[in-house]
Design a protein around this ligand. Structure first.
Ligand code: G6P
Length: 606
């Protein structure tokens, strides 16, 4: 969740750390800190609040050196104060540590260390780490770190520097991402590639259990047994510019407008204009092994999974259950070697999703992951991987990751259908053509931006907004509602439209904003009837509907026409104006669109 950066070389570490942390702020942003090793001394500077606060403080204190570590925090243990900010140090201040993850047994360790005379100044779980390293230090920092991590239960990505051993950074990983960027006469460490992408495109991706000692000219990695753990170099082919805002005011807006291009990238190499799909890229083998499926994910990715269930069941006739990863992992799921598990994760690092993957493997279930981040933990541990290739998604609220996940799921459903042969070929070809036309449909719907902004002006002062839909429209409504609450802090709920009369309608009053999504002609009349029920109670109603909804124009106070689409594929275009709506409402309310309060992009804790 938190962001980590490290540098060792001949440049000023301070600049590299601060710039790296800036690009990682989406991972956590309630406090930040850096520590550098200079002339055999450790210097440390940390501050609560956004990185800009730290920048000001650093500028006033003139910290510089060639070795350093930095951290941007998303608080788990202890409030977001300056004292709880990382790095954390031992009492002498000659061992400093930044940490991402959670040390679950920190209370036991804390008591043990207190009995040994160690004093604690913060409320964090992390502070046990520098004290343990101090306790175990016997002239070898790597050994002290190795002994320390053998005592830790939980998850961690750790970076350690010490003035007792100048010229090196020691890092360790278990359950939280950590990569090493390779330079000439310099090396970099980060929790995520964009942090150091302006300096290098070559990386080592650490595995759980790895410990590495990094100097300016060497990287020495050992695995959990202490054996050498050589790594292939992972070369990144996107540029630092891809992870910048360009001319857009916010990453979220840029990412919304990037969706046609992102979807094209998801399609390339998977399906050609002759409607042939690549069997390897499409993981057809996975579907030969299974007779039922679980789709498991969190947040937006879970909402994509709801659509995926419908696509796979409709086209391939394979029964699918969809579960939240945080539920799946503790429910004792009824799965076996014949149950395929499809994991969806933009980052590929979400703790619950990763745990679900590992659980599935203990049952012998084959795992196919749909992820955006090449080389992520989920990708590396899965049996089959489908990369969405959406490009870096920086805004905390997920947009292009969602629509490309939908496209990946449609293609996956088609691949499964080619195995099960449950859909006649001509119908399958029709769907394939429709899938290929999705980039144009998204381009078309982006033209609604100005009108959506006007709607945002009408509703941005509201306290509650309700979303309704049936079938796939309900799945889209869930995602639309999540976007609204995440970035505008407006209370928002979603109901399957048939359920509104079973309780929620009590919430409808004069002017209550109720937004309906209607893309399936066969059931549009039903949702319209439900809308009439809320209209009768005074609701202000907004419809996002396909052009064949004859009564929509006269039913809704505000009505947006979506592009014509088969109902199964309609969610891709339908969500786009709703992403824009949340975006404009957030801007009008003066919220921090890209970094909404309390949230983080990649949730690497339970
Ligand atoms: C966080 C993000 C969401 C995301 C969810 C799952 O909550 O803020 O946008 O949908 O994690 O993330 P994943 O990387 O696994 O898709």
């Amino acid at each position: 969740m938190c962001g980590i950066v490290g540098y060792i070389g001949d440049k000023n570490a301070t600049d590299i750390l601060l710039n790296g942390l800036e690009s990682l702020e989406y991972r956590g942003y309630d406090s930040a800190g850096i520590s550098v090793l200079s002339g055999g001394h450790i210097l440390l500077c940390k501050e609560r609040g956004r990185l800009s606060n730290l920048r000001e403080k650093v500028a006033a204190t003139d910290i510089s050196g060639n070795i350093g570590i930095g951290h941007t925090r998303w608080a788990t243990h202890g409030a977001p104060t300056q004292i709880n900010a990382h790095p954390h140090a031992n009492k002498a201040g000659d061992i400093v540590v930044v940490h991402n993850g959670i040390i679950e047994n920190y209370e036991v360790l804390r008591e043990e260390l207190k009995n040994e005379g160690y004093e604690f100044i913060s409320e964090t779980d992390t502070e046990v780490v520098p004290h343990l390293i101090d306790y175990y230090y016997n002239g070898d920092l790597r050994e002290a770190v190795t002994k320390t991590i053998s005592r830790l239960i939980g998850s961690y990505a750790l970076c350690v520097i010490s003035s007792r051993e100048d010229g090196k950074i020691v890092v360790a990983r278990e359950g939280s991402p950590l990569i090493i960027g390779l330079g000439k006469g310099e090396n970099f460490i980060a929790s995520d590639i964009p942090a150091v992408l302006s300096y290098t495109k070559d990386f080592y991706l650490l595995n759980d259990g790895d410990v590495a000692v990094i100097t300016e000219n060497s990287v020495d990695i050992t695995d959990k047994n202490g054996a050498p753990s050589p790594k292939d170099i992972y070369h990144v082919d996107y540029s630092a510019e891809d992870a910048t805002k360009g001319d857009y005011e916010h990453f979220m807006l840029k990412e919304i407008f990037e969706q046609p291009a992102a979807i094209k990238r998801t399609l390339i190499g998977r399906i050609d204009e002759n409607l042939q799909i690549d069997p390897v890229e499409m993981n057809k083998e996975f579907f030969e092994k299974v007779d039922r499926l679980y789709i498991v994910a969190c947040g937006t990715a879970y909402h994509a999974g709801l659509v995926g269930k419908r696509a796979i069941e409709t086209l391939a006739g394979i029964p699918v259950e969809v579960d939240l990863a945080s539920e799946f992992r503790y429910r004792g799921p009824l799965i076996s070697e014949k149950t395929g598990v499809i994991l969806i994760s933009q980052s590929g690092e979400t703790a619950d999703t990763l745990a679900a993957l590992r659980l599935a493997h203990t049952y012998g279930s084959p795992v196919l992951s749909i992820t955006n981040v090449v080389g992520s933990s989920v990708a590396r541990e899965s049996d089959y991987v489908f990369y969405t290739y959406a490009g870096p998604e920086i805004a905390v609220a997920s947009t292009k990751a969602y629509t490309t996940q939908l496209v990946a799921l449609y293609l996956t459903a088609v691949a499964a259908a080619e195995i099960t042969k449950k859909t006649p070929q001509n119908l399958l070809d029709f769907f394939k053509k429709e899938i290929l036309s999705l980039p144009e449909k998204v381009t078309e719907v982006l033209n609604l931006n100005d009108d959506v902004k006007k709607l945002a002006e009408r509703i941005y002062k509201e306290l509650d907004v309700y979303f309704l839909g049936r079938g796939l429209d309900y799945s889209v409504a869930l995602e639309a509602s999540l976007k609204m609450k995440e970035i505008s802090y407006i209370h928002s709920d979603t109901y399957a439209s048939g359920e509104i009369k079973h309780g929620p309608i009590a919430l409808i009053d004069d002017g209550t904003v109720t937004i309906a999504i209607i893309t399936d002609k066969q059931i549009s009349g039903k949702t319209l009837s439900n809308m009439k029920e809320v209209i009768a109670r005074g609701a202000f109603t907004v419809g996002f509907a396909s052009p064949d909804c004859e009564d929509c124009e006269k039913t809704f106070d505000v009505y947006f026409k979506l592009p014509k689409s088969s109902p199964l594929l309609a969610p891709v275009a339908a969500i786009v104006p709703l992403q824009l709506l949340a975006y404009h409402v957030s801007c009008l309310k003066g919220c921090d669109v890209d970094k909404p309060r309390n949230l983080a992009k990649s949730v690497t804790v339970e």
